[in-house]
Design a protein around this ligand. Structure first.
Ligand code: HEC
Length: 167
């Protein structure tokens, strides 16, 4: 009984936190576009159009919600269980495959930075094309990558031709 009461409150709290985080991210974006200060070098928002900024900020939220449990907030992965996405030659070289695996998951052997993984990443079918574009924009513009926006049109096109047999 007591637990039933705690749940919704907790959720409210989480929502508030998410809102705060969002407001903070937008603020940071605005600040950084005016003053390229170096207060937090680990997290400098890349510059770009308002559309890019929006994709990036949403992408980060989605990454934290859907991916960081396994791949970690800093993208370093977790030992031999979850491969890294921050420094990853796989991510660098396979943008279209990465778009596909976000929607369809991935299984089977995989080599990242010379280390082999052979686990299962569950599909995340709930993600819309635009959300995948936002996550990809985040991935390809964080951790020393500066590849610019990943357009939703491109994502939608790639998603129709994913080789689901190998995923
Ligand atoms: C439940 C854990 C889990 C979650 C959540 C998860 N992944 Fe994965 N991911 C894995 C595993 C395990 C593999 C390796 C699959 C294999 O061995 O074939 C992988 C592989 C990958 C790869 C290719 C290898 C690499 O690291 O370069 C990318 C990119 C990736 N995931 C991105 C994401 C993104 C983006 C999300 C969120 C939308 C996500 N993953 C959510 C577990 C997860």
């Amino acid at each position: 009984m007591a637990q039933n009461k705690v749940e919704p409150q907790r959720r409210k709290g989480a929502k508030k936190n998410a809102l705060r985080l969002c407001a903070f991210a937008v603020q940071t974006a605005l600040l950084l576009s005016c003053t390229p200060s170096k207060t937090d070098t680990s997290k400098t928002l890349p510059e770009g159009s308002p559309k890019f900024q929006q994709y990036y900020v949403h992408g980060e939220e989605l990454y934290l919600r859907y991916c960081s449990n396994c791949h970690q907030k800093n993208g370093a992965g977790l030992a031999r269980l979850y491969p890294p996405v921050a420094t990853s030659d796989y991510v660098d070289k396979n943008k279209d495959a990465v778009i596909c695996l976000i929607r369809n998951g991935k299984s089977g052997p995989l080599i990242v930075n010379g280390i082999s993984f052979d686990k299962l990443m569950q599909p995340i079918p709930a993600l819309t094309d635009i959300e995948i574009a936002e996550i990809a924009t985040y991935l390809y513009n964080t951790w020393n990558r500066r590849e610019g926006i990943v357009e939703v049109q491109h994502v939608s096109k790639v998603l129709t031709s994913c080789d689901t047999a190998s995923q």
